[in-house]
Design a protein around this ligand. Sequence first.
Ligand SMILES: NC(=O)c1ccc[n+]([C@@H]2O[C@H](COP(=O)([O-])OP(=O)(O)OC[C@H]3O[C@@H](n4cnc5c(N)ncnc54)[C@H](OP(=O)(O)O)[C@@H]3O)[C@@H](O)[C@H]2O)c1
Length: 331
Amino acid sequence: VPLTVAVAGASGYAAAELFRLLSVHPDVTEVRAYSRRPEAVPLPGHVQVRPYGDLFAEGADVVFLSLPADAARAAAKELVASGRVVIDLSGGHRLPEARYRAVYGDAESEGAGQAVYGLTEWFRDELKGQRLVANPGCYATAMALLLLPLAAEGLIPDFAVADGISGHSGAGRAEKGRHLLAEASEDVSPYRLTGHPHAAEVEEVVGARAGKAFRLHFTPHLAPLSRGLVTTIHLPLDLAPERLAALYQERYHGSPFVQVLPPGQDPRTRHVLGTNVVELAVAVDRERGFAVLTAALDNLGKGAAGQAIQNMNVLLGLPEERGLLLPTFAV
Ligand SMILES: NC(=O)c1ccc[n+]([C@@H]2O[C@H](COP(=O)([O-])OP(=O)(O)OC[C@H]3O[C@@H](n4cnc5c(N)ncnc54)[C@H](OP(=O)(O)O)[C@@H]3O)[C@@H](O)[C@H]2O)c1
């Protein structure tokens, strides 16, 4: 199927990764970029850049919104009403209305929880034929993939604690200050001790699957990387390590981008750089009755543009891995 796709927010980081990945997608014949300052955006040759306002008048088979949440919500409303298929990379449609207002501080929240949550591995059936997809947050993707197998088996506790470490592209191109090389190099630091919006997302999706309230305390850290993240979750669980490992192997068997590592191997950002792959590892400290669940992904890959394309594939009935089977780094 020859597809025309549109990308809004062309000068941003997630859009840049969409342009890179879409250039090798066999079904995508035309990529249109929309920017509020088209003259200022240097883009690869296969992408034509147009003024942002033209997005609403021009047709496209799929529209990727790579914008801040409030701008994405306003755009999605108009695009969906005029029959377009929209994949929103922002947090604008990931949470139910009241929670969206509380977490993102946006007064306009109508229909916030009405999109399908695009964590592909868990919502394949719901994605087919959808018009509006809420692409998950980068940390939320990693944490939900780690917690949902336990939630689905009735093994999830009421509460878990998680830490994350990510590179600086997670903040977007507009952010400066501590994200500039002079301040970011040789520096590792926590940056939002409580209240990261991705924790709310994970509580919603895991709680819904478990059929009970679930709480996650999450603290992210910044490391001197441009891209990539690791998250590690600790929770009380008394289960044989082999049983826990088998649960994840079985659940993600047939999911081309989720690699459950054998015991003794650890997830690494370097292994997933530039790809749509997530590496997972799980272990149990039986003496203390704790499980440790850990994952690595590329925040611009599986954490944003890669998963958005994976969702487009499923939504349109294409093979899930179409255009996304990129080689990984071995060293
Ligand atoms: N970076 C990540 O790792 C990551 C991962 C998952 C999800 N996300 C989400 O994806 C979205 C894009 O992230 P990003 O990192 O690419 O951000 P970014 O680098 O800041 O890019 C966002 C782009 O949106 C456009 N924009 C900004 N304000 C706008 C407005 N009021 N109206 C219309 N367009 C506006 C700008 O593009 P123009 O100037 O060209 O118009 C801007 O470059 C965000 O919602 C982010 O939370 C990011």
